[in-house]
Structure formats: C-alpha cells, structure tokens
Ligand binder design. Structure first.
Ligand code: URA
Length: 205
C-alpha cells in the first residue's frame, strides 16, 4: 500500500518525502499522469507557497511551477523582493489531472478525493519545512489548508490561523491572472498579487 502512513509520519527530510511520493497511488491520478511532481525549494524555508496541481509542463519536467503560471509567479516574487531560491514551492495535489482534447492535455480541476488523499503529503511537507507563513494560491490550496469552503475574492490578502499554530495568507492563483481577458484588469490583479507577496515577505522578516 502506497503511501505507508506510518512511514510518511516518520520521514525525517523533505527530500526523502519526495522520493516516497514518487510511488504514491493514494488516488487515481497516478495512472494517467507521467509522474509525481513534488514540492521543491529550501527545506527549512520560512515561506511556503502552495498552488493547485502540476500542469502539463510541470508533469513533463517533474518540477512545480515551471510552465506559464510559474513564469508569472517568478516575476511576481522578484517584484516582491522574494527569491524563488529562498522559498519552498509545492501544490495541494501532486499529480496532473487532465483530459485529452484535440490531441492536447487540458487541465481539469482536481476532485475533492484527490485533494483529500494528497493532504497527507502537504501535511508532511509542513511538518518538515516548518514555514512561518504559507501562501495559499487559489481556491484548491486555500480549501485544502483551511479545511472549509473558500471564496478567494472575499478572503484574499488576509492571514488565517492554520493547524498546529501555522499561519496562511490567501491569494489568487497565478493562472487566474493569465486567464483574465482585459489587460487593465490583468495589470490591476497582478499588482495586487505582488502586494500579497510583499505582505508575505514582511510577515516572515
Ligand atoms: N499550477 C499549479 O497550481 N501548480 C503548478 O505547479 C503549475 C501550475
């Protein structure tokens, strides 16, 4: 049975955790996906960023946030004077959920079952990294960590208590910024995203 809960609870480094997660079959997503895309970054980072799930490019590369959403994230982190090399980046779900359309793999929102099954890894990552603040990017990350329904538009930019004395800041997902059709709105929303990351930076300093 993978994951072995007892084993995951006793894993002592986040690198070993990532190796264990490679064989995860806790939900059905492992089969169509190419590989597990685990979190990466500083193993003792003060700031953890959580997205939804790997996309097409992440699934191929085996690394989180390396596709278009990752480029938006990298630029915003830089503008907020945060470095991707000083944080830990992960996802609520570690396998790509997609459907085939016209020969392309199209992103599908993860099912609640997958979010629930994958929480084991996200909790173990928190236990080992011990971040001071977790930035929850988008509704899937926020709902997984806050364990309740979340409306991003109402709760963004706010800091909430999480389990075990941790704190979490709600913000938008960078893919949301990519999808906005209106350029002025896109610029405005992007600026707010950078503002949220600045708030996170101030919080951990
Ligand atoms: N979107 C996410 O939520 N995570 C990734 O790793 C890439 C895109």
């Amino acid at each position: 049975l993978v994951p072995d809960l007892a084993e995951v609870q006793h894993t002592t480094t986040v690198e070993m955790l990532g190796v264990e997660a490679m064989d995860c079959r806790a939900c059905s997503l492992w089969q169509p996906a190419s590989r597990t895309v685990f979190g990466e970054g500083v193993p003792t980072a003060r700031l953890m960023l959580v997205g939804e799930q790997p996309g097409d490019q992440e699934d191929l590369a085996g690394r989180p946030f390396v596709g278009p959403a990752g480029q938006v994230l990298d630029r915003a982190l830089e503008e907020a004077e945060l470095n991707r090399n000083s944080v830990y980046v992960t996802n609520a779900v570690k396998h790509f959920h997609f459907t085939w359309r016209n020969g392309r793999r199209l992103h599908q929102k993860p099912e609640p079952d997958s979010v629930q099954a994958c929480r084991l890894w996200l909790e173990a990552e928190q236990r080992l990294v011990q971040p001071v603040l977790i930035v929850m990017m988008g509704v899937t990350a926020a709902q997984s960590l806050l364990r309740r329904p979340v409306t991003i538009s109402r709760e963004r930019s706010r800091i909430f208590p999480l389990a075990e004395g941790r704190q979490g800041l709600v913000t938008v997902h960078p893919s949301y910024l990519l999808r906005l059709p209106d350029e002025a709105e896109k610029a405005r929303e992007y600026a707010r995203f950078v503002e949220d990351l600045r708030r996170a930076r101030d919080f951990i300093e």
